[in-house]
Design a binder for this molecule. Structure first.
Ligand code: PLP
Length: 398
């Protein structure tokens, strides 16, 4: 019998050192800890609608639970939901999509993960927006790919510059990620830019991951998907889902739309990792897409209203300069004139003013000089946040 043991040393696989994170969850944890110490915090850090999931969707899930939808289902998703999504995407993106081109997964994130796992090998280059959703960069590094950031600039309203993107394409470029409306900037890709990006790709053997998770939250004009360009259909992986559109972040349900041969590979990854997305939530997903869409429109208008209010308020605070976002629920002010760098500023606002916001650098190095505020909070809270930031700036901005 062994009586003496040395402490076991954890030897992680080297790839774990390459995995990044999403700072929003860390700031949320820190803000919650401050609250436990009795501090009052206004939460503008986390990217989720503050609305409840519409009642008809909750009802459909309850009915499904009582009706026995509690078992494993097909890895690619329930056939009825895949068909419903195929019809919705065909309608909204003006293309012909069939159910075998749809894979239902637990949230939008797995589509990013599976795109990397199935397409990117060591040394393959992936072009992605920066500042951008941090999981792109994290996943590229994790699978051993080479991350090639395309800077999003304030003076272009944070839209990708197609000419600059073209200049970054090399023989090793395997995947280009685009995201519209965009997290964290609220920028969108207008149709002419989408077409230019498609033209830049041309005949090259490059896939596009088009993250359209905020597609129903665009404030003006109709969103235009690269999937709508017929010659791009077999090169595009469209990511969309239920989290933001129907305020279903905690349900964990999203989907990818892609050529059927790639969908089969994503399905194998699902079998290996999750088996399937929860069956009763998928039944609710059918109700979400086929049911009353007025709650979606109400949320969109409310986010637009709150963004306008918050942007106007920020623009009255010394050192802050902010553009009106074109979609999603984030406000991304330039804070260079405060004299503070982004991360110390975000920390100081949390500690000194009780405002939980994210440093622009949480979204990549081109986010320096900016902060991200989520406006998925009540008008009262937003008003209070503006007042606190204003007061803090009076004392701390030269
Ligand atoms: C741009 C973008 N893509 C994907 C996701 C992931 O969404 P989900 O919660 O459905 O995994 C998010 C969530 O914040 C996002 O902002």
């Amino acid at each position: 019998m062994i009586t003496q043991t040395v402490p076991h040393q954890l030897h992680l696989a080297p790839r774990m050192a390459r995995l990044g994170t999403e700072t929003a969850f860390e700031v949320l944890a820190k803000a919650k800890a401050l609250e436990r110490q009795g501090k009052s915090i206004v939460h503008l850090e986390i990217g989720e609608p503050d609305f409840d999931t519409p009642a008809n969707i909750v009802e459909a899930a309850a009915t499904a639970l009582h009706g026995g939808w509690t078992h494993y289902g097909p890895s690619a998703g329930l056939p009825e939901l895949r068909q419903t999504i195929a019809e919705y995407i065909s309608r909204s993106r003006n293309v012909d999509v069939t159910a075998d081109e749809v894979v239902v997964v637990p949230g939008g994130k797995p589509i990013i993960f599976y795109a990397m796992l199935s397409l990117i090998d060591a040394g393959d280059e992936v072009i992605y927006p920066n500042p951008g959703f941090p999981i792109y960069e994290s996943m590229i590094h994790y699978v051993g790919g080479t991350a090639v950031p395309i800077p999003l600039r304030e003076e272009r309203d944070f839209a990708v510059d197609p000419a600059e993107l073209e200049s970054l394409i090399t023989d090793r470029t395997k995947l280009i990620i685009i995201n519209s409306p965009q997290n964290p900037t609220g920028g969108i890709l207008p149709r002419r830019d989408v077409e230019k990006i498609a033209n830049a790709i041309g005949e090259r053997n490059i896939m596009v991951l088009s993250d359209e998770i905020y597609s129903r939250l665009q404030f003006e004009g109709e969103p235009f998907s690269i999937l709508s360009l017929p010659w791009m259909q077999d090169r595009t992986i469209l990511l969309d889902g239920f989290s933001k559109t129907y305020a279903m972040t905690g349900w964990r349900m999203g989907y990818g739309v892609m050529r059927a041969d790639l969908a089969a590979q994503f399905t194998r990854l699902m079998t290996n990792s999750n088996s399937c997305t929860a069956s009763f939530t998928q039944r609710a997903g059918i109700a979400a897409i086929t049911g009353d869409q007025s709650p979606v429109e109400r949320m969109r208008l409310e986010f637009q209203h709150r963004s306008r209010f918050f942007v106007d308020g920020l623009n009255r605070i010394p050192g802050f300069r902010c553009r009106m976002p074109k979609g999603a629920f984030y406000v991304f002010p330039n804070v260079e004139q405060t004299g503070w760098r982004s991360k110390p500023l975000a920390d100081a606002l949390l500690d000194g003013a009780g405002i939980a916001a994210l440093s622009g650098t949480a979204f990549g190095r081109f986010g320096e000089g900016f902060l991200r505020f989520s406006v998925a909070n009540s008008m009262e809270q937003l008003e209070q946040a503006l007042e606190r930031i204003g007061r803090w700036a009076k004392e701390n901005v030269r």
